[in-house]
Design a protein around this ligand. Structure first.
Ligand code: ADP
Length: 823
């Protein structure tokens, strides 16, 4: 630069570039005289001034001076220069910044023409670390004029903001990923992968290309290999990673890995629309998508790395966070899939169950109608003897009970499918409720219960109500109250509370355990009901009550304390019928509703047969029957009496134990589900008492209760019979067990008799087993059937089982020795 004022005072390089730092030292040692700027001592005052501003500054700065824009810099800018330093000192700017000169050229021009320019976060592809790097800069170019006013240089204040810009945009990408919803439709796992990649797709510069592969076993347990479920940034038809060539390091060891040399293998991998420049992708990063609780990765994330950024800690940490987030999305999706599958399976099961209930209930109804009609006619036949009449009535009651259960099941199934609607009509709720109570009055009295009614006069108004539903509600709660109240009272109250009609049915009965209260309105839920009047029921009544209350627009609730009693409250909106309605209000309990409840009341009233009913015979074996259903009890009683045994019958475990202790019977036949200690508990107590330890016990159980019966056998029951049973079978089993027990007792009381006798007795048992074995072989049947056959022969021929067994064994032995004596 020749134009410029002559220096008035002389500055040496030592003075001008005084200070610490490598850059200043190099500036001091530069041979400036051999540069276009000439010797330092000749530099114009404007240049010196600018240098004195630049040198001590902590802001990265450059100074370009003279027509060739020779570069002077300060220490603060050195880190941003990379490998351009130290060559950058005294280098012409266009040479030092050759790769970005086109990009910044216009700004330089403007500065040289006297205008200051400013750029913020400007992207510049710079080569300072041996490769073309995506960098971001905030900088200003300011002209410096000489004393003639001409622009003699450019002052550059600059900041490398690459780290900040990358940090911000990576944070944004993670936030977008964080807001991703897991896929719910179709295939949640694949949907989730697609959603995750959609959130990442805008991150063009960090993720030019990406793909997610899922272990194909996620979709199909028989599958193998890896399926690409989502990708972006790759040219159509190209793949970031061949699906079947997933490295074992990633899939088995679950480690991340970098694949290099991609550019030479697939130079056209990247979708041109996402290319930042003309450099191809050369590195692909693979990372396993692992989910806690699973040993193998569910998937693999592949990212084609930006060719314009080195894969440094910042880059790899960012991608690791991406992979972690995608993994957690996959975990949630897998959980959702599992839950959805479970929910679908449950829904399907529920649907099947409902259909089954509907079908089976219908199927039951027809034969029941065919049974009930003739039974009704027969019960009115005057030619029947007293005993025959009693049997018909028993059958009739059993059929009605079945009908009640079938009706309840049908109602429950119907409500599942089509909940139906209440048919509102003018109704007098007071009269209707009183009518329902009336039905139970007599039963309650016989059961020794006090029945009270408290009906608010205000309730006796023509109200819009479905009389059928209301009667069902009242009768159901009442029947429960009587059933679950062994002694005390039952009270029914009907009140008007504001706009509501409130029915309360309270009792002083067994109450409900706090744990059961919440689920008592759920289907098939039952308390243990140990001290209930009866253990019959299937746990549908209260579920229906809740549905009925809902159909009337109301609610039902319960308050109860174990041992103290329960109070059920139904509250429904009270809508008064318009005056002048022509229809008479319904106040009678609908006939269609009454039937089943009457049947139930009758059951409670059936007088249990007493031991005293039967003439006592001292020599006959005494059998104790424990059965809570009065009809079944009476039936067992009659059946066993026909064998000339002395039969006593009780309805619960406590009375049974009393009887057994006061006068042990020879055999006990006990239902398992009885009030008080149940059949198995009674058995345990029998076995625990040395007086009764050898008493034979036969358990009776419904088929669904066989597990309990097996438990009973383990506790020491002698036999068990499932209901329904053939009368002959029951009698035969009782007889065999009586005999066995008799034999045992004989052996026990005659202890002093010789071991010979003992062996004989044992032999007779072994004869029995031999006979059973022979029958099994001859008839190709199992041991139970063979034994039944044996018993059958015994009954048929009226010969003891032991004798028949001996005959069979003898026959067989004879046949072996050539004789034949088949009978
Ligand atoms: P179910 O009587 O056939 O068992 P419910 O649905 O009518 O069926 O009743 C469900 C359960 O609620 C009963 O098993 C019983 O444990 C309990 N429960 C119902 N009403 C009463 C009551 N008044 N007192 C005590 N427990 C009751």
């Amino acid at each position: 630069m020749t134009a410029g004022s002559k220096p008035t005072d002389l500055w040496t390089a030592e003075e001008l570039f005084a200070g610490p730092g490598d850059a200043l030292e190099r500036l001091r040692n530069t041979d400036w005289a051999s540069t276009p700027l000439g010797a330092v001592e000749d530099w114009p005052a404007e240049l010196r001034m600018a240098i004195r501003t630049l040198v001590p500054s902590g802001v990265p700065m450059l100074l370009w001076w003279g027509p060739q824009l020779i570069q002077i810099l300060n220490d603060a800018i050195v880190p941003a220069l990379g490998d351009k330093y130290p060559a950058a000192i005294a280098q012409p700017a266009a040479e030092c910044w050759s790769e970005i000169w086109d990009a910044v050229g216009s700004r330089v021009e403007r500065a040289l023409s006297g205008t200051t320019t400013y750029a913020e976060n400007e992207l510049l592809f710079m080569r300072r670390h041996g490769y073309v790097e995506e960098t971001y800069w905030t900088f200003s170019y300011s002209p410096i004029r000489d004393d003639s006013g001409a622009v003699a240089g450019v002052f550059v204040a600059t900041g490398d903001v690459t780290t900040r810009v990358l940090g911000e945009r990576r944070f944004e990408a993670l936030s977008r990923l964080g807001n991703t919803q897991i896929g719910a439709a179709g295939s949640p796992l694949a949907e989730t992968c697609r959603a995750a990649l959609s959130a990442l797709e805008p991150s063009l510069r960090d993720l030019p290309a990406a793909a997610i592969y899922l272990d194909s076993r996620e979709a199909d347990p028989e599958g193998s290999g890896w399926v690409e479920v989502a990708s972006f940034g790759v040219r159509a038809g190209a793949r970031l990673q061949a699906e079947d060539a997933m490295p074992a390091e990633v899939t088995s060891k679950a480690e991340s890995m970098l694949i290099s040399g991609v550019a030479s293998r697939s130079p056209n991998l990247l979708d041109p629309a996402r290319a930042l420049g003309n450099r191809p992708i050369d590195l692909v990063w693979l990372t396993p998508l692992t989910v806690r609780g699973r040993s193998a990765p569910m998937g693999v994330l592949a990212v084609g790395l930006s060719p314009y950024r080195v894969f440094d800690d910042g880059y790899s940490n960012f991608l690791s966070l991406v992979a972690k987030k995608v993994s957690s999305l996959l975990r949630d999706a897998a959980t959702l899939t599992g839950e959805k599958e479970r929910a679908d399976a449950l829904a399907a099961l529920d649907e099947t169950k409902t259909r089954f209930l509907e079908n089976i209930s219908h199927e039951f109804r027809t034969p029941l109608t065919l049974v009930l009609g003739p039974l009704h006619d027969l019960s009115n036949d005057p030619s029947l003897t007293g005993e025959q009449h009693q049997e018909v009535v028993t059958a009739q009651r059993a059929a009605v009970r079945l009908q009640r259960l079938v009706d309840a099941l049908m109602e429950a199934a119907r409500m599942d499918g089509h909940p139906g609607e209440a048919v509102l009509q003018p109704t007098d709720p007071a009269a209707l409720t009183a009518g329902c109570v009336e039905l139970f009055q007599d039963a309650a009295r016989r059961a020794g219960l006090v029945m009270r009614t408290r009906i608010d006069e205000a309730a006796s108004c023509r109200t819009e109500l479905d009389p059928q539903i209301w009667a069902n509600l009242v009768l159901n709660l009442l029947s429960n109250a009587v059933k679950y109240t062994p002694s005390g009272s039952v009270e029914v109250a009907l009140e008007v509370d504001g706009d509501d009609l409130v029915l309360t049915v309270s009792d002083t009965g067994i109450g409900i355990a706090a744990d059961d209260l919440e689920r008592i309105f759920d289907r098939f839920q039952r308390g243990d009901g140990l001290s209930a009047r009866s253990r019959e029921g299937i746990g549908l009544g209260l579920a229906l009550v809740r549905e009925w209350a809902r159909l009337l627009g109301g609610t039902v609730s319960v308050a109860s304390e174990l041992g103290k009693g329960s109070s059920f409250e139904v509250s429904v909106p009270r809508v008064l019928s318009p005056d002048g309605g022509t229809e008479a209000p319904a106040d009678a309990v609908p006939m269609s509703v009454i039937g089943p409840y009457i049947g139930e009341i009758d059951e409670w009233q059936a007088p249990p047969p007493q031991a005293d009913d039967t003439p006592q015979r001292d020599d006959a074996p005494r059998i104790l029957v424990i059965e809570d259903n009065p009809d079944m009890r009476a039936y067992l009683h009659r059946l066993l009496c026909t064998q000339n045994w002395t039969v006593e019958a009780v309805g619960d475990g406590t009375s049974a134990l009393d009887r057994i202790r006061s006068r042990p019977p020879h055999l006990v036949v006990s239902d398992i589900m009885i009030p008080g200690p149940d059949g198995v508990a009674v058995l345990e107590q029998i076995r625990a008492d040395p007086m009764t330890a050898r008493l034979p016990v036969i358990l009776l159980t419904a088929r669904a209760g066989t597990e309990a019966a097996v438990g009973g056998l383990q506790t020491g029951a002698d036999d068990y019979i499932t209901k329904p049973f053939q009368p002959d079978e029951l009698v035969a089993r009782v007889r065999v067990n009586l005999e066995m027990s008799w034999l045992r007792e004989q052996l026990m009381v005659n202890q002093e008799k010789t071991s010979e006798q003992l062996r004989e007795a044992l032999e007779s048992r072994s004869t029995l087993s031999k006979a059973v074995g022979l029958l099994m072989a001859a008839l190709r049947c199992d041991a139970d059937t063979a034994f039944e056959k044996l018993v059958g022969f015994s009954q048929h021929r009226n010969v003891k089982v032991r004798d028949i067994a001996e005959e069979i064994v003898a026959d067989y032995t004879a046949s072996l020795s050539g004789g034949s004596a088949h009978r």
